[in-house]
Design a protein around this ligand. Structure first.
Ligand code: IPD
Ligand code: CA
Ligand code: CA
Length: 265
């Protein structure tokens, strides 16, 4: 394992331990609304502090983009951190949430870790070296007909104006696929595409820290990732489509008629 990935794993496991400890006593947590439906607890902050502390000890000069503390530093290397992806699930004791850490070099993601502390599942990828779940090499699914697929998504709860475009996509895809799932943690949804459990995924309104690690897992597992128009701008515009190569194209086709002007590049 590349040493940088190794430190990211260490950081993710530290955060996971904090999250697991807190999950025993959810009633004791103080929760704050960042905005409508957007929650943060002291666990998100404690997990993020632990990650940043672990990484800064070894790489004091690297830049950071973290969900709760924002962007800092100026370096070719940037750590992109979601300390707890799936906070709403976590706060309800719904066991689908994860820690997500990626390292970008000159804007290109090189290493990725997603750690699911409820299952002790560790997803890792390094550019050019494949994607893994624990010790097992990951491959995207081989399904090639949209009608046979299980597709993941997330609801655009923060973006009132885009809900109609989204529901159009949703309506179409419920009839064109074998099923749609909304697990509630984008990083794990993307990991599920890499692992072949989901054949594809789409969501509108994500942030870089939701996607950074998961997208490298998918491309290293042989899948494709882009925005609603298939362009590589998802990290900038927060609109993402992913899947195995055949389903990626078919998802784009199904989504295209519903893209409103606001959702165009
Ligand atoms: C959220 C989750 C969710 C997605 C939201 C994200 P958070 O992240 O990934 O699945 O639909 O858009 O904000 O806030 O729990 O880290
Ligand atoms: Ca998130
Ligand atoms: Ca989060």
């Amino acid at each position: 394992m590349h040493p940088m990935l190794n430190f990211a794993v260490k950081a993710a496991r530290r955060a996971g331990a904090i999250i697991n400890r807190a999950s025993d006593n959810l009633d004791a947590l103080t929760v704050r609304h960042k905005s409508l439906n957007d929650l943060v607890s002291e666990v998100d902050r404690a997990a993020e502090d632990a990650i940043i502390d672990t990484l800064k000890r070894v790489y004091p000069n690297h830049a950071i983009l973290a969900e709760e503390s924002g962007a800092s530093g100026d370096s070719e290397y940037q750590w992109i951190i979601d300390p707890l992806d799936g906070t709403t699930n976590f706060l309800h004791g719904f066991p689908i949430y994860a820690v997500s850490i990626a390292l970008a070099h000159k804007g290109q993601i090189q290493h990725a870790v997603i750690y699911d502390p409820t299952r002790n599942d560790l997803y890792t990828a390094s550019r050019g070296a494949g994607a893994f779940l624990n010790d097992k090499r990951l491959r995207v699914s081989r399904r090639d007909k949209l009608i046979d697929t299980l597709i993941g998504t997330g609801f655009p709860f923060r973006m009132g104006a885009d809900i109609d475009a989204y529901t159009g996509m949703f309506k179409d895809l419920t009839t064109k696929t074998a099923g749609i799932r909304r697990p509630g943690a984008a990083a794990l949804d993307l990991a599920s595409v890499a692992a072949g459990r989901l054949d594809g995924f789409w969501e509108i309104g994500l942030s870089p820290w939701d996607m950074a690690a998961g997208t490298l897992l998918i491309t290293e597992a042989g899948g494709l990732v882009g925005d609603l128009e298939g362009e590589p701008n998802h990290m900038e515009n927060g609109r993402i489509v992913a899947g195995n190569p055949k389903i990626f194209v078919q998802l784009l086709q199904a989504i295209r008629p519903h893209i409103s002007d606001r959702l165009r590049n």
